[in-house]
Design a binder for this molecule. Structure first.
Ligand code: PEP
Length: 252
């Protein structure tokens, strides 16, 4: 049985006090209200990872939004996967489209970051997704294949079990436009099949594939009903406890 995971990416938002309040609200609400077995992951700005990690409990975990590929050294302003681990987090987002777009992160670099995450016994949430232009010229499958193969195909079968894939069409992130359930399911099945060809069914059947892109409580129920959609990576709606917890509750 593959894990269902709902992760909230807070991006560069919230003061420290607001982040602590959001963490405690989500942890309490999930523990009081949620009867399902999906895991919840809170992914604050890196400055708050240590504090958030000390507050999560039960089926709520913490993560970071990015890491450097090296273990340590003269990389001013960066944080390593080992540091994230030492703060008590369990997940690291790798290759979010904003990192690819604004910080020039390539598939080759992301492959190294994935290695660093896995070497520190953390789980990588590896993001992929096409732009609107790429979808309009029907290149999305080609783009996704490059992102998945160049970022993940160097891993062993054992390592791949510690990777979550997040399909996030760039045109649906923060735009209010969600991929239809049929569009998302089509891509998720495509990704799972790519993973099956490389790692075999025993691995691919157990990889959690999240959908991301304007997920809200009112579209989550339908998205989560698709056979290959195993949760969500949530941006905007993760900034408020009620809207985020309602998305988690949509995963029965
Ligand atoms: C994201 O940034 O990963 C994301 C999915 O954002 P939003 O939910 O706001 O579209």
């Amino acid at each position: 049985m593959r894990k269902k995971i709902i992760a909230g990416n807070w991006k560069m938002n919230k003061s420290f006090d607001d982040a602590m309040a959001l963490t405690s609200e989500v942890v309490n609400m999930i523990n009081d209200e949620y009867k399902g077995s999906a895991l919840t992951v809170l992914i604050p700005p890196s400055l708050y990872v240590n504090s958030v990690s000390r507050m999560v409990k039960g089926n709520v975990f913490s993560g970071a939004q990015n890491c450097h590929q090296e273990v340590s050294g003269a990389f001013t302003g960066e944080i390593s996967a080992a540091m994230i681990k030492s703060c008590g987090a369990e997940y690291v987002i790798i290759g979010h489209s904003e990192r690819r777009q604004y910080f020039g992160e390539t598939n080759a670099l992301l492959a190294k970051k994935v290695d660093s995450v896995l070497a520190n016994n953390l789980t990588a949430i590896y993001c992929c997704g096409e732009t609107l232009e790429e979808r309009e010229v029907n290149k999305h499958f080609e783009v996704l294949k490059s992102q998945i193969s160049e970022g993940l195909f160097h891993l062993t079968n054992e390592q791949m079990q510690h990777v979550v894939v997040a399909y996030e069409p760039v045109w649906a992130i923060g735009t209010g436009k969600t991929a239809s359930t049929a569009q998302a399911q089509e891509v998720h099945a495509f990704i799972r099949n790519l993973l099956k060809e490389k790692f075999g069914a025993a691995v691919s059947d157990n990889v959690t594939i999240q959908y991301g892109g304007s997920v809200k409580a009112d579209n989550a129920v339908e998205l989560f009903s698709a056979p290959d959609i195993d949760g969500a990576l949530v941006g905007g709606a993760a900034l408020q406890s009620r809207s985020f917890v309602d998305i988690v509750k949509a995963m029965k």
